[in-house]
Design a protein around this ligand. Structure first.
Ligand SMILES: Nc1ncnc2c1ncn2[C@@H]1O[C@H](COP(=O)(O)OP(=O)(O)O)[C@@H](O)[C@H]1O
Ligand SMILES: [Mg+2]
Length: 225
C-alpha cells in the first residue's frame, strides 16, 4: 500500500484574463491521508482550476497549497506530479496512436525502468481495471467506460498517493459511471490514496466519505450527507 498524503489549501485565489475572471476567491480545504472527498459546484465555479492547482498544473495568485506539509511552490512541479499525483480527466486524454498497454506506460517513461518492467506493471494495472484482454487495443476501438478505465490505470502507473479526478464519469451513462466509480473506490481502498473527485452528480458525491461544495470561489463542507 502506497498510502495517502494530507493536503492543505489555504486562502487560495486564482484569476484569469488580467484579473477579470476570478475563478477562485478564497478557497481553503483540508484532506486527511487516505480521505475520499467529492467536490461539487456549478459549471464555471472553479472546480477544475482548484484541481489543477493542487496537481501543480498551474500556480495560485494568492494563498498556499501544501502536501504532506511541503508548500507546492517550494517543490519541483514536474517531480511532484510524477512522484505523487495521478490525474484522471473528463475526457480520457489517451494518446490515440498508442495501445492501451502503451498509454498506461506513458507516465513511467523517463523514470529509468526497463521496458519489460514497465510492460509488466502496465499489464497488471490493466488487469486490475478489468481490461487485461484489451491491452493491444487502441483508444478509438474502446468504449467510453473502457477508455476511462485505461485512463485510471495510467493515473495509477507511478503509484500516486494523491488521485485527482476531474469529472471522470461526466461523459458516461449512469451504469458505466457506477462501474468506474466503484473501481476508483476499490483502488483507493486498496492503496490508501487520498482522492479528490470532482463531480456534478449528487449521487456520485454521496459515495465519497465527505462532500465539498465550491460556490463563488469558496469551498464549503456539505453537511448531513
Ligand atoms: N485558462 C483559463 N483562461 C481563462 N479563463 C479560465 C481559464 N481556466 C478557467 N477559466 C475560467 O475560470 C472559471 C472557472 O473555471 P473552471 O475551473 O474550469 O470551472 P469548473 O471546472 O467548475 O467548471 C470559469 O469562468 C472559466 O471560464
Ligand atoms: Mg471543470
Amino acid at each position: 500500500m502506497s498510502g495517502g498524503v494530507d493536503v492543505a489549501v489555504d486562502g487560495v485565489g486564482k484569476a484569469f484574463e488580467g484579473g477579470r475572471i476570478r475563478a477562485l476567491v478564497d478557497a481553503s480545504l483540508r484532506l486527511a491521508p487516505g480521505e475520499f472527498a467529492s467536490l461539487m459546484g456549478p459549471s464555471g465555479s472553479g472546480k477544475s482550476t482548484l484541481l489543477n492547482l493542487i496537481g501543480a498544473l498551474d500556480q495560485p495568485d494568492r494563498g498556499t497549497i501544501s502536501v504532506d506539509g511541503a508548500a507546492l511552490e517550494t517543490l519541483d512541479a514536474a517531480k511532484y506530479r510524477a512522484a505523487t499525483v495521478g490525474f484522471v480527466f473528463q475526457f480520457h486524454n489517451l494518446i490515440p496512436t498508442l495501445t492501451a498497454l502503451e498509454n498506461v506506460q506513458v507516465p513511467m517513461l523517463g523514470r529509468g525502468a526497463a521496458r519489460s518492467v514497465r510492460e509488466e506493471r502496465a499489464r497488471s494495472l490493466l488487469h486490475e481495471v478489468g481490461l487485461a484482454r484489451r491491452e493491444r487495443s487502441f483508444p478509438g476501438t474502446l468504449s467510453g467506460g473502457e477508455r476511462q478505465r485505461v485512463a485510471l490505470a495510467r493515473a495509477l502507473a507511478n503509484e500516486p498517493r494523491l488521485l485527482l479526478a476531474d469529472e471522470p464519469t461526466g461523459s458516461l451513462d449512469s451504469e458505466t459511471e457506477a462501474q468506474v466509480l466503484a473501481l476508483i473506490e476499490r483502488v483507493r481502498a486498496e492503496r490508501g490514496m487520498t482522492v479528490l473527485l470532482v463531480t456534478n452528480e449528487a449521487g456520485v458525491a454521496r459515495s465519497a466519505e465527505r462532500a465539498l461544495h465550491l460556490l463563488d470561489g469558496h469551498v464549503q463542507e456539505v453537511e448531513g450527507e
